[in-house]
Design a protein around this ligand. Structure first.
Ligand SMILES: [Zn+2]
Length: 169
């Protein structure tokens, strides 16, 4: 029945059997597979095995103790929520830092001009107003750093998972 069939044909059949479960088949592939399974015992057996394995899996998941499944689900959901909250906080921190940088960089030329103008108007030595500019540059960064530190400390005291490194307190 199968001497004329080469290995590629059976490989294609196996691939289509798996694909049928995951993403579905085109009508052409479906009819090709049906023809092949009707003609090839080996692949028909493999298809039956796949079907049986999937059925066993479905049965097993149904017969799990309901309480066990529910509590496992609850644990997973809680952990997912925890991770999501932590992620949101980290994202907020990154956005805050980035924003402070962007604002700092964007306004730098303007502040430089203001400092230069102040220096010229007040007849200050160049080093004074340049220092003023540099100080302005670092102030938002230091403030942002303090805010980040303070927020982290507060979050860590709120959430035990987040603050596992602060257990000494
Ligand atoms: Zn085959």
């Amino acid at each position: 029945m199968k001497p004329h069939m080469n290995e590629d044909v059976h490989e294609r059949a196996r691939r289509l059997i798996d694909m049928e479960r995951v993403e579905g088949l085109t009508p052409a592939d479906r009819s090709w597979l049906a023809d092949h399974l009707a003609a090839c015992e080996m692949c028909a057996g493999s298809a039956a095995q796949t079907e049986a394995a999937l059925r066993a899996l479905r049965t097993a998941s149904v017969s799990l103790p309901r309480g066990l499944a529910a509590s496992a689900q609850l644990i997973v959901r809680r952990r997912a929520e925890e991770l999501r909250a932590q992620h949101a906080r980290n994202v907020a921190l990154v956005i805050g830092c980035t924003l402070s940088w962007v604002i700092g960089v964007a306004s730098a030329p303007l502040v430089w001009k203001v400092c230069a103008w102040l220096g010229a108007t007040l007849d200050l030595p160049r080093v004074v107003w340049v220092l003023g500019f540099v100080t302005w540059w670092f102030v938002p960064l230091s403030v942002m750093g303090l805010v980040v530190l303070w927020l982290r400390r507060r979050w860590e005291s709120e959430s035990p998972a987040f603050g596992s490194r602060w257990e000494g307190r």
